[in-house]
Design a protein around this ligand. Structure first.
Ligand SMILES: Cc1ncc(COP(=O)(O)O)c(C=O)c1O
Length: 337
């Protein structure tokens, strides 16, 4: 399918514009040399903008446009204390003048701690959203109470932050990768991303519609349990994302691998492999990844290279989905390693 048809379908959706697109596709020759591996290209979605950027900035353009187009002037979001999503949401609310509330979930990993006040949690405060805390079992009730409070104060809170639009936003990212590959003369054979479904499925949709037949590896941040149909689910999610913008695609599930092999001891707990992977990328290319999302996906890339999965003449794309403010929340672990 031609690029303009897909672009027109995306452009038909309501959208605020606050990201800096296209993000660069950066060649990493020193990293390739250090690994003795393939040519590696990093799609720099850590540079989308909005208080340090990341993958959520793309979808917030669409989902908050739905909110404002339907007359909403406030929105509530809930996630862990150190959520990248909440930080980008807080910045987007500031940017478009929406009243934002975040309900933050505490837990025992660094991702769930508000002491020290660092990383995303600190940035939430600077962006001026209302911050509430709740233990996991009281999240639903706290979100409902906050919406009620906003209504009492005369706001019209938005409740429909949309996972589907996260996928569509990554169709846009896929179009950028496709165009950048065309201009560099690349035919990437493999794409790796720290996503178990949402961003990954948007990329699969966009690149499949553009006729590209690469293999995909997605790394979720938590164990998947005994779920065995992740590839088929991502393929179906990609088909649904295309259908949402009136297009068709039928990706091959056999080209999609979703692996929780790099989760380590669990969500938010860094492991030695991840810390050494993020040091390698920082020291070879000056590119920073975080210990929870992109660092674990990057550990996957290193592992696949070391296992000989790619020839020296292959081009591999790693999608950097952001999360860099988390480095400051993990200062202690990073210094000790
Ligand atoms: C930096 C980063 N990378 C990846 C993800 C996962 O993205 P997705 O929900 O598209 O799987 C997140 C989710 O919060 C994230 O913050």
């Amino acid at each position: 399918m031609d690029l303009q048809t897909i672009q027109n379908a995306i452009d038909a959706l309501p959208r605020h514009r606050f990201t800096h697109l296209p993000t660069p596709l950066q060649h990493c020759p020193r990293l390739s040399a250090d690994l003795g591996g393939p040519r590696i290209w990093i799609k720099r979605d850590d540079l989308t903008g909005l208080a340090f950027g990341g993958n959520k900035s793309r979808y917030l353009e669409f989902t908050l446009a739905e909110a404002t187009a339907t007359g909403h002037d406030a929105a509530v979001l809930s996630a862990v204390v150190q959520s990248n999503h909440c930080r980008q949401f807080a910045a987007a609310c500031a940017r478009i003048g929406l009243k934002g509330v975040v309900v933050l979930r505490e837990n025992d990993s660094t991702m769930g701690r508000k002491d020290p006040a660092q990383g995303n949690y600190l940035l939430d405060q600077l962006c001026g959203v209302d911050i509430r805390f709740a233990p996991p079992e009281q999240i639903g009730a706290t979100v409902a109470a906050e919406k009620e409070r906003l209504v009492q104060e005369g706001y019209k809170p938005f409740t429909g932050l949309s996972g589907m639009l996260s996928r569509v936003a990554y169709v846009q990212c896929a179009l950028e990768i496709d165009a950048q590959c065309l201009s560099e003369g690349l035919e990437p054979s493999h794409l790796i991303i720290g996503s178990g479904g949402t961003s990954l499925s948007g990329l699969v949709a966009g690149l499949t519609m553009r006729g590209r037949t690469l293999n995909y590896t997605g790394t979720p941040q938590s164990k998947m349990g005994d779920r065995t149909d992740a590839s088929a689910r991502v393929a179906q999610a990609a088909t649904d994302a295309a259908a949402h913008i009136g297009l068709e695609c039928a990706p091959d599930p056999a080209a999609i691998a979703v692996t929780d092999a790099y989760v380590g001891t669990g969500f938010g707990f860094p492991d030695p492999e991840t810390l050494s992977a993020l040091r390698l990328l920082a020291s070879s290319e000056g590119i920073l990844v975080d210990p929870t999302y992109t660092g674990k996906a990057f550990t996957c890339l290193i592992d696949l290279v070391r296992k000989g999965r790619f020839g020296p003449d292959e081009d591999i794309v790693f999608v950097h989905t952001g999360g860099t403010p988390l480095l400051f929340a993990y200062g202690e672990e990073l210094l000790v390693g």
